[in-house]
Design a protein around this ligand. Structure first.
Ligand code: ADP
Length: 252
């Protein structure tokens, strides 16, 4: 793949003599939204954190924009964004101060208002972190991770626990980030989300990638293997009812 921004080759991580990541290889194209799926314990977080320079690599190699993660981790850190745990924010800090603090950590000066506007928190610029709802904290954490204009952005289960409006809003935000030229790599347990949002997905199990393709191709392949399920054609589901009754507007 010539336009790959991430190249992972034969990547390995071993805990207590057991492989958590068992020699996986994949590439992510520039400008993609790429999903890593799999049951708990499959090795998704370990994989992401090795790419993010947060865990040591036991075997194989990772190149981010051509830079070897094991050899030049500090350079990789400059070009990636990792959504921090929302708990990382001090409750008594104002949103403006939080963004300024993250920017300062990278030696950057940013237009704080613009940054908060992008994640629909512009009107909360003088609020304290403790006054934010779960969805708002989630969006603040995304803004904080983008202060240094990264080329690749990582989100680990970004919509877990969000209400339907906030989930849709987060999908729009991820697309907005991608449309600015940032490659997005995320994990999720929601298959509807992966199908809607991801250009391609890798499915992991027991430390290996067992399938990698566009969601539509994976579905075609399954049907090609003769998969059938009972057809229930409904024009709407309960989530449609929920959105119809409560609206698409963000509540938090
Ligand atoms: P996932 O994110 O897909 O749920 P993880 O990457 O967290 O999976 O874990 C993969 C495997 O590695 C699991 O069996 C887990 O118990 C093990 N593991 C993860 N982190 C550690 C650690 N720090 N020490 C020992 N084992 C770990």
């Amino acid at each position: 793949m010539t336009d790959a921004i991430l190249k992972v080759k034969n990547l390995k991580k071993v805990y207590d003599n057991k492989p958590a990541v068992d020699g996986i290889s994949f590439e992510v194209k520039k400008g993609e939204i790429f999903g890593i799926l799999g049951p708990n314990g499959a090795g998704k977080t370990t994989t992401l954190e090795m790419i993010e320079t947060l865990r040591e690599v036991d075997g194989g190699s990772i190149l981010v924009n051509g830079i070897n993660v094991a050899e030049r981790p500090n350079e990789v850190k400059q070009i990636i964004g990792v959504q921090p745990q929302t708990a990382a924010f001090q409750d008594k800090q104002k949103l403006s101060e939080i963004i300024e603090m993250f920017a300062a950590a990278y030696g950057e000066k940013v237009n704080v208002q613009e940054f908060l506007d992008d994640v629909q928190l512009g009107d909360k610029i003088n609020n304290y972190a403790e006054q934010l709802s779960g969805g708002q904290r989630q969006r603040l954490s995304i803004a904080a991770a983008l202060v240094h204009s990264p080329k690749v952005f990582f989100l680990d289960e970004p919509t877990t626990g969000l209400d339907p409006q906030a989930r849709r809003n987060l999908w729009d935000l991820v697309r907005f980030i991608r449309d600015r030229g940032v490659t997005v790599i995320l994990t999720t347990h929601y298959m509807d989300e992966a199908e809607l949002l991801c250009d391609r997905v890798a499915i992991m199990d027991n430390g290996k990638i067992i399938s990698l393709d566009k969601p539509s191709n994976l579905i075609k392949q399954l049907l090609g293997r003769g998969f059938k399920k009972e057809q229930k054609v409904e024009q709407a589901n309960l989530e449609d009812v929920f959105i119809d009754l409560t609206g698409k507007g963000l509540r938090d």
